[in-house]
Design a protein around this ligand. Structure first.
Ligand code: SAH
Length: 202
């Protein structure tokens, strides 16, 4: 997976490639998909959700240039796979998942593999996780139609956020936001297809 799908397609950061070599992706997918866990495609994880394809995980992780002292927030824990990759690169990771059953299963997997420094909770990612803000890096793994303001607020000055933006099933693109004292700059990157970031009722 690492050599053929990631390095060949342009992922060069050795720390990211090492992290992805260390995280056992098959442990994050349902039993019936474990045989194909290392193919370069997304896989269903239940509740209509998917674990992203390895290339996109690698691309987004590389774009964040994570250092060991970064405090990272992830929106959309899903299976917990992306959170584990982040947990290989830094000591402090916080991840929020809307669907309680997914959050619970991800917690179980992360504990079984020793990722106790990856903290998770069930909740709405649109509100972020203010208690541990500011975050030097934020990664969103479901697509909102616009950048959620609370996440920009919780991003540290000098921090970077990567997220897909666009309508459900329509044209989405990855955006890389950098926050400075003067404001936020945005770089537009790959076209992508993510599940929607759901706005809970009420
Ligand atoms: N990063 C995951 C894949 C995420 S799929 C992995 O590595 O497996 C997107 C996830 O975002 C889904 O689990 C979905 O339930 C969750 N999600 C959707 N809307 C959300 C919201 N408003 N807040 C938090 N999580 C949300």
């Amino acid at each position: 997976m690492v050599e053929e799908q990631l390095r060949e397609r342009g992922i060069h950061d050795e720390r990211v490639l090492d992290a992805m070599r260390r995280v056992p992706r098959h442990r994050f997918v349902p039993a019936e998909h474990q045989r194909t866990a290392y193919g370069d495609r997304p896989l269903p994880i239940g509740w209509g959700q998917t674990i992203s394809q390895p290339y996109i995980v690698a691309f987004m992780t590389e774009a964040l240039q994570i250092a060991p002292d970064d405090v990272v927030l992830e929106i959309g824990t899903g299976s917990g796979y992306q959170a584990a990759v982040l947990g290989e690169l830094t000591r402090e990771v916080y991840s929020i998942e809307l669907v309680p059953e997914l959050a619970e299963r991800a917690r179980h997997t992360l504990d079984a593999l020793g990722y106790r420094h990856v903290r998770t909770r069930t909740g709405d990612g649109y509100a972020g996780w203010p208690e541990h803000a500011p975050y030097s890096k934020i990664i969103v793994t479901a697509a909102p139609e616009a950048v959620p303001p609370a996440l920009v607020e919780q991003l540290a000055i000098g921090g970077t956020m990567i997220l897909p933006v666009g309508p459900d099933g329509g044209h989405q693109e990855l955006r890389i936001l950098t926050k400075t004292a003067e404001g936020v700059t945005t770089e537009r990157s790959l076209p992508v297809r993510f599940v929607p970031m759901v706005k809970p009722a009420g």
